[in-house]
Design a protein around this ligand. Structure first.
Ligand SMILES: [Zn+2]
Ligand SMILES: [Zn+2]
Length: 360
């Protein structure tokens, strides 16, 4: 089976430049690879940072790393296996993970494929090295061997399926990092949890935690997002100047330096702090070591996720989809050709996610 039309990728030239639609010869996937025709790509906040120049980006390159689509072609030989263990077949609807890992290096063998020594990240690679079908802002993505892939059912809303490979799986990783170590691994039921940031990660983490009977307080400056946090199950939603109750689990997903700095002061004795929002320089911490010692605190850093997190993210999303306010999570959806307009809207609007689709 071949792609029905010539693939197109939106090449980003660098900060200040407009995306350029570029036709691409249909690729022949190598063994272990899959060609995926994109159904929907959602715009993650990290792409907005890249486009604005706040974060170094691959220029020229193809951005986008939250993608759901359909497998239209597989390489000969070994086929990709989805994160829940079944072979991928042509026609499968898949959420594409954010990276490909070698599976063989020291970090992969330690169970840290997201930190593979030969890591490849979709939407983060220069065109010259990765080729054009290396990001979600394209009609197709060439999925490499070693990429976590989640096969999802046809009726799962695309607005929930596309973010699986970044926001949802990372939210699972952050929640797991807290749940696995808090209260002796007994979970979060009955605990006070503070979630900083009501972007998509924070909202999804809130829904996961609320389902596990945690009392979640969400901290976010935007009143609209605080209202959405309530829809996702937050017991409480407050502004950054308000003081949340002392947290048994404090999850920082906003990237705001003040939210990371205040983690220790806001965490109860015996609590766990998970920092997952800060991925750029500029947030030095000035915690007192004795506060960690005397407070019996655990601090965990979380960046991206392992394939098992994507598997849990997919299973959770499928089970929760009917209860989630999908319309509050995805705003406008633009044609791929209007990617610059979509990015501009994502940057200025309060939408949790803005989407792009290859066909209008
Ligand atoms: Zn992302
Ligand atoms: Zn590796």
């Amino acid at each position: 089976m071949t792609a029905r039309r010539s693939p197109v990728a939106m090449v980003w030239p660098g900060v200040g430049g407009r995306h350029r639609a570029t036709a691409v010869d249909p690729p022949a996937p190598a063994p272990g690879e899959a060609l995926v025709e994109v159904e929907l790509a959602t715009i993650c906040g990290s792409d907005l940072h890249t486009v604005s120049g706040r974060r170094p980006g691959p220029a020229p390159g193809v951005l986008g790393h939250e993608t759901v689509g359909r497998v239209v072609r597989l390489g000969d030989g070994p086929v990709p296996r989805d994160v829940r263990g079944r072979d991928v077949v042509v026609g499968d609807r898949v959420a594409v993970g954010i990276y490909a890992a070698c599976g063989e290096c020291r970090r992969c063998r330690r169970g840290l494929p997201q930190k593979c020594e030969r890591l490849f990240k979709y939407g983060h690679a220069p065109l010259a090295e990765a080729g054009p079908l290396s990001g979600g802002y394209a009609s197709h993505v060439l999925v490499r061997a070693g990429t976590p892939l989640a096969v999802v059912p046809p009726d799962l809303p695309a607005a929930l399926a596309a973010p699986l490979g970044c926001a949802t799986a990372t939210a699972v990783a952050a929640v797991s990092a807290g749940g696995a170590v808090s209260a002796g691994g007994a979970g979060v039921a009955g605990l006070n949890v503070t979630v900083c940031g009501a972007g998509l990660l924070g909202l999804l983490a809130t829904a996961m935690l609320a389902e596990r009977d945690a009392a979640v307080t969400v901290v976010d400056p935007d009143p609209g997002r605080r209202a959405t946090a309530k829809l996702m199950g937050a017991a409480n939603a407050v502004g950054p100047a308000d003081e949340p109750p002392p947290a048994d689990l404090y999850i920082e997903l906003s990237g705001a330096p003040a939210a990371a700095r205040s983690a220790v002061a806001r965490t109860a004795t015996g609590g766990t702090i998970v920092l997952a929002g800060t991925v750029s320089p500029g947030a030095p911490l000035d915690w007192e070591a004795q506060d960690l010692v005397r407070g019996l605190l655990t601090v965990r850093g979380v960046h991206n996720y392992a394939p098992a997190d994507l598997a849990e993210a997919a299973a959770w999303t499928e089970s929760a989809a009917a209860r989630l306010p999908v319309e509050a999570l995805l705003g406008a959806v633009h044609p791929l050709d209007d990617l610059d307009a979509a990015l501009a809207e994502a940057a200025r609007s309060a939408s949790i996610r803005v989407g792009v689709v290859p066909r209008a």
